[in-house]
Design a protein around this ligand. Structure first.
Ligand SMILES: [Zn+2]
Length: 500
């Protein structure tokens, strides 16, 4: 059997003013044909899972285009059309094949298409016709009717932090095999409660998201149920379908699929008040970190999470740290290619004056004029060690550690969410020995940092991934939706909120 595969992966934050053009894809990963194997063979990533799934069943895998960019603003029409064309031409050039297994993200918006995955799947469907078409997705996918109608199965990650991408890739190939053998006729039940949860409450390690995932796993034990996808969605792509989704795939039993999808919908809706977020005020957290005896304290700058499309050059937390006089920690990280260049030109152990960060927009704090010691210089590459995407090569671009006020500030030339401890070790930093580490991340950092953390604090910081969703002025998201339309809490809850 021969399986074709292709990827366009982008979580689009339409409020970011970083245009996502082809260069943005090239900066992270834009692979053609067999280049795919070089980056992903042997990795614990979704692509690695598709590769191994095919190996296990003796299938030949034919990669077309793999395109992935760090989350940022709307994808240019040119970039999306070029990548889509590459995938379609690759499939045509594959000649005879038996199925398509795609890996997509599921929250991509281009200048022409608000739902790029719906467009990709419907175009791939025209080519593969009645052959199986399966796709894997991120937990933050926004699912649409066009996606559900175009593919045979849509398989989302069950975890946030995403540590099961590899398993979902293997699962996609296993279910493809079952279809190819005529043992599976997928029937999909699809529901979307009117809920738009912020990222923090999509953490699958705790209630309420954990309860939904556990329930889906319980339902998957029913023999007729093949796979269930629970998605938290991504608010900032601002499309009508943004938010929570459930997709139940049964084997030729539409009634059961619809029934279980409705049950998950109702369960989520009944828990909606528990999907509100209350992060810690910044000053309060820093004061606590100053006094803490158990370390390291991991503090998440959740407003400036590049994994959700922010610039990662926010200065709000660094400014507050310097004002508070907190020392002995690491800030991971600030994206500022100019500052890195200046540091490298100045040289190791010398003092450099920089206007650090805050260059992209006015939502994440102003640039800070600082005198810093150039403590370390690196090419910024390392191999990730997991638990997320273990084995995948990472690249922060030329990187400098600037010593500022007794703290190590990692300054990079490329944006990268700090979610792997190898990032620190590659720069000679011992994460366990820090008083604190600030990570620009919403939830992903937990996978690697939780084991070393004395404590984790989510900071109430401003920015493009702030859980204060009401401030964004969404234009296209369907209404009413919770929590934007707070009256959907229900009469009793509203009353008690007023009482407080
Ligand atoms: Zn995600």
């Amino acid at each position: 059997m021969r399986i074709v595969t292709g990827t366009i992966s982008h979580e689009t934050n339409v409020y970011s003013n970083i245009r996502t053009d082809l260069e943005e894809f090239k900066k992270r990963r834009l692979l053609h044909g067999d280049e795919f194997f070089k980056d992903f063979d042997g990795t614990k990533s979704p692509a690695g899972g598709i590769i191994d799934g095919c190996k296990q069943h003796g299938y030949e895998l034919i990669p077309t285009v793999f395109a992935s960019a760090v989350p940022s603003g709307t994808i240019t029409a040119e970039a999306f059309d070029t990548i889509l064309n590459g995938i379609l031409e690759g499939i045509k050039a594959a000649g005879k094949y038996d199925a398509a297994v795609m890996h997509l993200h599921g929250a991509g918006v281009s200048e022409k298409y608000p739902d790029i995955e719906g467009k990709v799947l419907s175009e791939v469907r025209k080519l593969v016709r009645d052959k199986p078409l399966i796709a894997t997705f991120d937990l933050h996918a926004n699912y649409t009717k066009q996606m559900v109608e175009s593919a045979d199965m849509l398989i989302g990650y069950d975890t946030y932090p995403h540590i099961d991408g590899y398993e979902r890739g293997v699962e996609a190939v296993d279910l493809t095999k079952k279809m190819l053998e005529g043992k599976l006729k997928p029937t999909l039940g699809f529901t979307q409660p009117p809920m738009l949860p912020a990222l923090q409450v999509q953490f699958t390690g705790r209630y309420p998201m954990k309860k939904l995932i556990d329930e889906a796993h319980r339902m998957e034990e029913t023999p007729e149920v093949e796979t269930i996808t629970v998605a938290g969605g991504f608010p900032w792509s601002d499309i009508p379908e943004a938010g929570m989704s459930f997709i139940v795939t049964t084997n030729n039993d539409q009634t059961l699929a619809d029934k279980l999808a409705k049950e998950l919908h109702d369960m989520a809706w009944n828990m909606r008040r528990d999907f509100l977020v209350s992060p810690t005020p910044l000053k309060q957290a820093l004061r606590h970190a100053t006094q803490a005896t158990e370390t390291p304290i991991i503090m998440a700058d959740i407003g400036d999470n590049p994994g959700g499309g922010t610039p990662e050059d926010g200065t709000v937390v660094l400014k507050a740290i310097l004002e508070e006089g907190l020392t002995g920690g690491v800030l991971a990280l600030i994206w500022d290619p100019e500052a890195v260049k200046k540091a490298i030109d100045t040289g190791l152990d010398k003092t450099v004056d920089v206007m650090l960060g805050g260059h992209t927009d006015d939502m994440h704090g102003a640039p800070l004029l600082l005198s810093a010691k150039v403590k370390h210089i690196s090419d910024g590459t390392f191999i990730s060690n997991g638990p997320m995407g273990s084995g995948v090569p990472m690249d922060m671009g030329p990187t400098a550690i600037l010593e500022i006020g007794g703290n190590d500030v990692i300054v990079t030339s490329k944006r990268l969410q700090p979610l792997d401890l190898t990032l620190y070790k590659a720069l000679g930093i011992k994460p366990e020995e820090q008083r604190y580490i600030v990570v620009k991340s919403s939830v992903h950092f937990r996978a690697a940092h939780e084991p070393i953390a004395a404590e984790i604090i989510e900071l109430d910081t401003p920015g493009l991934t702030s859980p204060r969703l009401a401030g964004f002025g969404f234009k296209n998201i369907r209404r009413p939706i919770f929590p934007l339309d707070v009256e959907m809490l229900g009469i009793t809850e509203l009353k008690s909120m007023k009482d407080e």
